[in-house]
Design a binder for this molecule. Structure first.
Ligand SMILES: *[C@@H]1O[C@H](CO)[C@@H](O)[C@H](O)[C@H]1NC(C)=O
Ligand SMILES: *[C@@H]1O[C@H](CO)[C@@H](O)[C@H](O)[C@H]1NC(C)=O
Ligand SMILES: *[C@@H]1O[C@H](CO)[C@@H](O)[C@H](O)[C@H]1NC(C)=O
Ligand SMILES: *[C@@H]1O[C@H](CO)[C@@H](O)[C@H](O)[C@H]1NC(C)=O
Ligand SMILES: *[C@@H]1O[C@H](CO)[C@@H](O)[C@H](O)[C@H]1NC(C)=O
Ligand SMILES: *[C@@H]1O[C@H](CO)[C@@H](O)[C@H](O)[C@H]1NC(C)=O
Ligand SMILES: *[C@@H]1O[C@H](CO)[C@@H](O)[C@H](O)[C@H]1NC(C)=O
Ligand SMILES: *[C@@H]1O[C@H](CO)[C@@H](O)[C@H](O)[C@H]1NC(C)=O
Ligand SMILES: *[C@@H]1O[C@H](CO)[C@@H](O)[C@H](O)[C@H]1NC(C)=O
Length: 543
């Protein structure tokens, strides 16, 4: 009988463990290679970890197209399939985290293991195992774990009247998956992992930073994109657009077609600041948008080419930093350039559902909060509440640094959901809190601004950087941030730039449109030779 800990168990959670002497003697890896199927079922039968119930453990050969909804009715947030590209043992579990909460967890253990462990994260308010990420990293030989973050689906309703579910969402799900996953790794291969990694974007980016801040020993390398940092404030900022623009018919409402006009005006004002007019604003922080350039003459109504005074005022507000009742920054402005999608997410689409869920189910414990009524007074209530320190805004990450951890942070510069201007605010908080300038931070924390990238992916820029399976150009670490964090941790090859590729119509089959090196903050990218702007050599990172 193997028990991970001897702490007191709730009777209902007491695992029933059947000893498997043969397995517990730690088989050699040869055995896994020669008979992976039986090694996997033995693992499933012998896992005995506090609070863990194994649903199944299946050997899955490379080439299998897994269908998750069929497996056990799991809500996968619209990603029902994933292609497995290396032979592996797939263990599906439930792990209870309290008497009224628990996580759905999977561990994918490749036969041809690299000795590396990796945890994936989540997205938005979900609620779903990110199977595509698991397929990506397990396919590259990482033991990979992924959890549903403590609830199923994409809404926050599970937080209502259950702070344990909220605690899972804040960090407990990720940390629990890491503890359980590392134990299973040891049990399967007969040896512990050598290095441990994290991959996540958006809410997943926040989870990565929360781990760095609160569980600094969990990972040797953290790859975190577009992080949902300062989380209660992010919900307030996301909520503040609806009262600004209102609904069709309101004087402040700006209809969808006008956003294309505004986007073009933003490009007119700002695209050339980086040295070339190519539809991509390298450093949106330098873009001080002047919406008055689109002001209609007096008496105009419902124009499709210019803005009324009320509309100009609303646009100006959307691109202005949001300050709170105490005069402190709630969240920086939306960065200019992301209008094509941000207009559909925030400016013309009514209330933002994640924010409404947050104010209903977490802040006010109700179902009837009116998103039209949002003011900065609500932001203050949410910020002060900050359950389980989900803000993830601690600037002291020295414990992670001392453990030798490396943190690779990136943010798309035309993110349409989480403004990219918040990432430097955090980077600079770390700099001040730890008293380290950027060359000192370089030793363990590097931040890259990915121009022309939307929220975690897509966009006009060179966005194939290997952060997701769908954004892989090559496995060369210079072009692949996942393999770059590995190269940094294991070989000390720290990234100076991150090289991205843009494919014609984002389709690899149609060939490369251009390649660009993205700069390490606080440097910015400028084009020295506009005639050759599609070549990375035409660009330079400057301070
Ligand atoms: C996997 O199966 C699904 C559903 O049948 C299908 O839509 C998808 O294209 C398949 N994926 C691959 C890579 O074959
Ligand atoms: C999530 O869905 C799985 C599969 O149906 C189920 O076993 C689990 O209990 C659900 N989790 C929660 C928190 O409802
Ligand atoms: C098991 O769950 C209990 C609550 O039900 C919790 O207190 C304990 O920390 C959990 N154990 C582990 C190892 O996570
Ligand atoms: C195992 O992976 C390595 C690369 O990590 C590769 O060179 C080798 O061919 C793989 N072996 C098998 C049996 O798949
Ligand atoms: C939420 O409000 C209800 C009704 O007022 C109350 O019974 C419940 O305890 C509250 N829950 C929390 C988590 O505050
Ligand atoms: C927006 O329009 C609604 C009716 O469609 C009206 O009730 C509301 O007062 C208007 N708000 C503003 C700010 O004009
Ligand atoms: C504005 O004009 C468009 C057609 O150009 C029309 O469909 C729309 O209803 C008008 N809106 C208002 C508020 O008059
Ligand atoms: C919380 O529980 C109380 C008491 O059962 C209920 O009245 C209230 O509606 C619940 N809150 C939410 C947000 O569901
Ligand atoms: C940054 O700080 C380090 C350590 O204090 C110092 O050696 C270095 O000169 C500083 N770099 C810059 C650019 O000021």
């Amino acid at each position: 009988m193997r028990l991970l800990t001897t702490s007191v168990l709730l009777p209902a959670l007491l695992p029933i463990c059947f000893a498997s002497e043969e397995f517990n003697s730690y088989e050699k890896r040869d055995y896994i290679f020669s008979d992976p199927k039986s090694a996997c079922s033995k693992l499933g039968a012998s896992i005995c970890i506090q609070n863990v119930t194994v649903n199944f453990a299946n050997f899955v050969p490379a080439g299998t197209n897994l269908s998750f909804t069929q497996d056990y009715g799991l809500n996968t947030c619209g990603y029902p399939n994933a292609l497995v590209t290396s032979d592996m043992c797939r263990v599906a579990m439930h792990v209870s985290t309290s008497s009224r909460s628990g996580i759905t967890l999977e561990a994918w253990l490749p036969v041809n293991w690299t000795g590396r462990f990796l945890s994936t994260g989540n997205g938005g308010e979900s609620g779903c195992i990110q199977y595509t990420d698991m397929a990506y990293t397990a396919g590259l030989g990482f033991v990979t774990v992924g959890a549903n973050n403590g609830h199923n689906g994409t809404t926050g309703i599970a937080f209502a009247n259950n702070s344990d579910v909220l605690e899972d969402f804040a960090i407990r799900s990720l940390h629990t998956g890491v503890v359980v996953g590392k134990e299973i790794t040891k049990q399967f291969y007969g040896a512990p992992h050598k290095k441990s990694y994290y991959l996540g974007c958006s809410t997943g980016g926040r989870q990565g930073f929360k781990s760095v801040q609160s569980y600094p020993l969990d990972f040797d390398g953290v790859l975190a994109g577009a992080p949902a940092l300062n989380y209660p404030n992010l919900n307030s900022w996301s909520a503040h657009f609806y009262p600004i623009f209102g609904n069709p018919g309101n004087a402040t409402y700006v209809p969808i077609p006008l956003w294309a006009v505004i986007h073009q005006e933003i490009l007119n004002q700002c695209d050339g600041i980086d040295g070339v007019v190519d539809g991509i604003i390298e450093d949106p922080e330098l873009c001080r948008l002047r919406p008055e350039a689109l002001q209609c003459p007096p008496g105009t109504t419902n124009s499709s080419t210019c803005l009324t005074s009320a509309q100009v005022g609303a646009v100006r507000l959307a691109f202005t930093d949001l300050y709170g009742v105490d005069g402190k920054l709630i969240y920086p402005r939306m960065q200019p350039g992301s209008e094509a999608i941000a207009s559909l997410v925030y400016y013309t689409n009514g209330p933002f559902s994640y924010s409404t869920d947050w104010f209903n189910y977490v802040v006010y414990n109700t179902t009837t909060w009116n998103p039209k009524s949002f003011t900065i007074a609500d932001a203050k209530v949410a910020e002060d509440q900050n359950p389980f320190d989900i803000a993830t805004w601690n600037g002291d990450i020295s414990a992670f640094q001392k453990n030798g951890g490396k943190l690779l942070h990136y943010h798309g510069q035309r993110d349409d959901i989480i403004t990219s201007e918040n990432s430097p605010v955090y980077y600079n908080l770390v700099s001040r809190t730890m008293g380290l300038n950027s060359s000192s931070l370089d030793a363990f924390y590097r931040f890259f601004r990915i121009s022309g990238m939307g929220h975690c992916q897509g966009g006009e820029g060179a966005t194939f950087i290997g952060n997701l399976l769908s954004s892989v150009s090559t496995l060369d670490p210079q072009n692949n941030v996942l393999l770059r964090i590995v190269d940094w941790v294991e070989n000390g090859n720290a990234p100076e730039t991150v090289t991205g590729t843009k494919y014609v119509n984002d389709d690899k089959a149609q060939g490369v449109a251009f390649v660009r090196n993205h700069c390490k903050y606080p440097k910015r990218n400028v084009c020295m030779d506009p005639a050759k702007y599609t070549s990375p050599d035409a660009w330079k990172c400057i301070l």
